[in-house]
Design a binder for this molecule. Structure first.
Ligand code: HEM
Ligand code: CU
Length: 557
């Protein structure tokens, strides 16, 4: 790599009057600023989605509780699920992609900066539309006209007959807007990763993060489109006399379920593959070893993308498909465990024999590994149709997917925050607060979601707003709610760390972790144009080559 790259300090929020600063952020087409906007937007919704979860858990803390009405409870799980998936997880992962991908491939920006800005504001419009529903209809404390039919909005619940007001329309339009935003960002990522790499960065030398985001972006194009199509069909059913999902008129309610899960299952991999990317960057740096099995990691991700497109009906094993269909979807659902397992082994092999530093980013990655393994195991259990027939729509399923989404995705995202916050702000997050955040969140997480498996096994259905005493669920629901409270406290410590460190954190410098990818070769935060001169790379660890020219053996080809 040529050594004339200069670190030039840069202003962060901007200069001039507050109005000028605001104007600068609203009209920005810079990938770093858009990345930060996505992340801030998602953090706000994380708090909102968390409050909705707490309201549900307070209601379920004991039998026959009357903290909220059944109507409000329905709106809480619908809004919580929809918010967390579409307005927390997706924008968080797109935020990190936006900020990191151009820097890691040695580019000055994304391929289509204006499309990038448009995609962000479409996503923002989606969240705004969804929460505007609280103001419509029957007033705030009745929670307005917020959608109330679950984050799947199964037909015919979303149809005019069962959702006569506009609650279903707020849900549909919000997801259509954010869906188009996601498709725009996916197109941008694919074009950037395939066309904007700096000289010398062949695909075989590209860091794993852009590789996995390339796979994720491809999945977005394939998976989001069926959902958007189904939502347009639902609008036609609701307003233009269509009967796509109307069983009485020759349509099919089951058709909606297939459409939704043809999107829904790949969606969970769209969310988890960036987590794999975070681990593949963080685990090697804190093990002081290059990643084990680079080509296999890429191959496994591509495999997961393909196989995960053929498993969707395991979400609807209970609709009574033929035994051939059940067998097919059982086999494919179990098969996806193979490439996923390979990844877990590769991360463990990377740590094996390494000099492991138990810094906060690494702690969250280790938490991910443990929890994602458990999530995978309960996933394999639920992939067996007969087992799923017993536990579908129970709290066991709620526990399983929160192990994937919170224990997996959210843990890896926290790891990514502690790892890349110094690059984004020029300051380190407090390691002391980080450890508090990690351990409290870990304890709260297991108290909440590990415990949830057991009332599920004892027959507790999901989406119920209350339950009878004496079914063996009482104490466990109490523990679950206290666990959720501990998670909430951990997230408050995290927010405090984010804000406090921005003003008072230790200065980070260019490369606080002694890492080897290109984002650490420039200043923290990076200059607006990223690189004074476009770098030329000669291996998979460009910055390492620069820092250790005396040690060609450490060159990782
Ligand atoms: C961090 C703490 C969290 C807590 C305590 C929590 C709690 C809950 C609870 C109590 C339910 C309702 C279960 C029921 O009665 O049916 C639920 C549902 C759900 N949660 Fe979470 N959750 C959390 C985080 C997340 C995150 C980060 C995501 C996604 C990124 C998520 C996605 C969902 C989804 C999709 C549902 C299903 C909603 C539905 O049934 O329509 N949750 N969660
Ligand atoms: Cu699935």
């Amino acid at each position: 790599m040529s050594s004339n790259v200069m670190a030039i300090p840069n202003v962060q929020v901007g200069s001039g009057t507050w109005l000028e600063i605001l104007h600068g952020w609203v009209t920005t087409v810079d990938h770093k600023r858009l990345g930060i906007l996505y992340i801030l937007y998602a953090l706000i919704f994380l708090v909102v989605g968390g409050i909705e979860a707490m309201i549900m858990r307070i209601q379920l803390i004991r039998p026959h509780n009357d903290f909220v009405s059944p109507q409000v409870f329905n709106r809480m799980f619908t809004m919580h699920g929809t918010t967390m998936i579409f307005f927390v997880a997706m924008p968080l992962l797109f935020g990190f992609a936006n900020y990191l991908v151009p820097l890691m491939i040695g580019a000055r920006d994304m391929a289509f900066p204006r499309l990038n800005s448009f995609s962000f504001w479409l996503t923002a419009l989606g969240g705004f539309l969804l929460y505007f529903s609280f103001l419509g209809g029957s007033g705030l404390y009745g929670t307005g006209n917020a959608p109330d039919v679950g984050w799947w909005s199964y037909a015919p619940l979303g149809a005019q007959a069962f959702s006569p007001g506009h609650s279903s329309d707020y849900w549909t339009l919000a997801l259509l807007a954010s869906g188009f935003g996601s498709i725009g960002t996916a197109i941008n990522l694919i074009a950037t990763i395939l066309c904007m790499r700096c000289p010398g960065m062949k695909l075989g030398r590209m860091p794993l993060l852009p590789w996995l985001y390339l796979v994720m972006a491809g999945m977005v194009l394939i998976a989001l489109t069926p959902l958007s199509a189904a939502q347009i069909m639902l609008l036609i059913d609701r307003y233009l006399g269509g009967h796509f999902f109307d069983t009485q008129a020759g349509g099919s309610a089951v058709l909606w379920m297939h459409f939704f899960w043809i999107f829904g299952h790949p969606e969970v991999y769209i969310l988890i593959i960036p987590s794999f990317a975070f681990l593949s960057e963080i685990v090697p740096v804190f093990s002081r070893k290059p990643i084990f099995g680079y080509p296999v990691m890429v191959g496994a991700a591509v495999c997961i993308a393909f196989v995960s497109m053929s498993v969707w009906a395991h979400h609807i094993f209970t609709i009574g498909m033929s035994s051939y269909a059940n067998a097919f979807f059982t086999i494919t659902s179990m098969t996806v465990g193979v490439p996923t397992g390979i990844k877990i082994f590769n991360w463990l092999a990377t740590m094996w024999g390494g000099r492991i530093q138990f810094k906060t980013p690494m702690l969250f990655c280790i938490g991910f590994l443990f929890q994602f393994l458990i999530a995978g195991l309960t996933g394999i259990m639920l992939a067996a149709a007969p087992f799923d027939w017993q536990l579908s729509l129970s709290y066991f399923v709620v526990a399983h997917f929160h192990y994937v989404i919170v224990g997996g995705i959210l843990f890896s995202v926290f790891g990514a925050f502690y790892y890349w916050y110094p690059k984004m702000t020029g300051r380190m997050l407090s390691e002391r607060l980080g450890k508090w955040h990690f351990w409290l969140f870990l304890i709260g997480f297991h108290l909440t979601f590990d415990t949830m498996h057991f009332p599920g096994l004892l027959g507790m259905p999901r989406r119920i707003y209350t339950y009878e005493p004496g079914r063996g669920w009482d104490t466990m629901n109490l523990i679950i709610t206290y666990g959720a409270l501990i998670q909430a406290m951990a997230i408050l410590i995290f927010v405090w760390n984010l804000v406090g460190s921005y003003f008072k954190g230790t200065k980070a410098g260019n490369d606080p972790w002694d890492a080897w990818t290109l984002e650490w070769s420039v200043s923290s935060p990076p200059p607006a144009y990223n690189f004074a001169t476009i770098p030329v790379v000669e291996s998979r660890r460009p910055l390492w080559d620069l820092k250790h020219p005396e040690d060609p053996d450490s060159r990782y080809e």
